[in-house]
Design a binder for this molecule. Structure first.
Ligand code: B12
Length: 225
């Protein structure tokens, strides 16, 4: 899994594609599910309790309670990057519960949305200098998996960046205007494995072209990057 804290900095996550022409998606999917189950079964008890605590607070539906839990975890971990890795494990656990039929789609949506709102509340408390470097965060077009980026916003904010959160990505023909109007030093773009590789590659090509013209750094992240 990609990490927000490895080496103490933001690292783009790159993993091999899960399915190939010779390895049909359905059988690959089952093996990933099974792998997750085995990993969960082998985890120390305290780790499972920690994940259960996160799931409990996400299920309250109360972003304020999530905010409190996040701030407590920030104190304990010493950085938002550490919290991001912990929370990412909890969301993966939620996905595993859904795969195992232990939670329904609406319950998963309610939990992740409560988490997203809690993260946003924490982000609102981060201050940055007037001349702070600017980062703009969005996904590739059509991608709705934004939680990794939400966590990355906290990590960047803590490191003194002024973040412009766009969430779901704009069409690629708007990228040039986006860079001209926002004037970012850094563009952070994520993609999950849901977005087809070719679509990610097309978006990335246009982004790289615009970034080179505008002299902007680019971070590509997520397991579809
Ligand atoms: C929450 C969730 C959703 C939510 C997203 C809400 C939101 N605001 O983000 C909603 C309900 C919108 C959703 C929709 C869909 N989802 Co969904 N979703 C998930 C779930 C449960 C968790 C994903 C997540 O947020 N993880 C937490 C983040 C923090 O972790 P992460 O994304 O893995 O990212 C890690 C790294 O990649 C990296 N990273 C990610 N972003 C960034 C950014 C930066 C800057 C950095 C440094 C690192 C980084 O760090 C993270 C931590 O290690 C997963 C299940 C699972 N097991 O993962 C399914 C899952 C990803 N979804 C899946 C699917 C199929 C879909 C839908 C197609 C379902 C549908 N039929 O509509 C749609 C797709 C919509 C779209 N066009 O994008 C599949 C994908 C399978 C595949 N590869 O094809 C999964 C795996 C579920 C499953 N088992 O089938 N989903």
């Amino acid at each position: 899994m990609g990490s927000m804290s490895a080496g103490g900095s933001l690292l783009p996550f790159r993993s091999p594609r899960k399915a190939t022409a010779n390895f049909p998606f359905s059988s690959c999917y089952k093996s990933v599910t099974e792998l997750r189950r085995l990993i969960a079964a082998g985890r120390p008890r305290e780790a499972n309790e920690l994940l259960a605590d996160w799931l409990r607070v996400m299920r309250t539906g109360d972003p304020g309670q999530v905010k409190s839990a996040l701030l407590t975890a920030r104190e304990k971990c010493g950085s938002w990057a550490g919290v991001a890795d912990e929370v990412a494990s909890a969301i993966a656990e939620l996905g595993r519960e859904w795969e195992a039929g232990k939670c329904q789609v609406f319950e998963e949506h309610a939990s992740t949305e409560t988490l997203r709102r809690g993260i946003t509340l924490c982000g609102a408390g981060l201050q940055c200098a007037p001349d702070a470097r600017r980062a703009v965060l969005f996904t590739v077009e059509g991608e709705r998996h934004t939680l990794g980026l939400s966590l990355a916003e906290l990590v960047l904010g803590e490191a003194g960046w002024r973040c412009f959160w766009l969430g779901e990505g704009p069409p690629s023909d708007e990228l040039r205007s986006l860079v001209e109007k926002i004037g970012p030093d850094l563009v952070v773009v994520s993609a999950s494995s849901v977005t087809p590789t070719k679509a990610v590659a097309r978006y990335q090509a246009e982004l790289s072209r615009i970034a080179t013209i505008g002299n902007v750094e680019v971070v590509l992240a997520g397991d579809g990057a």
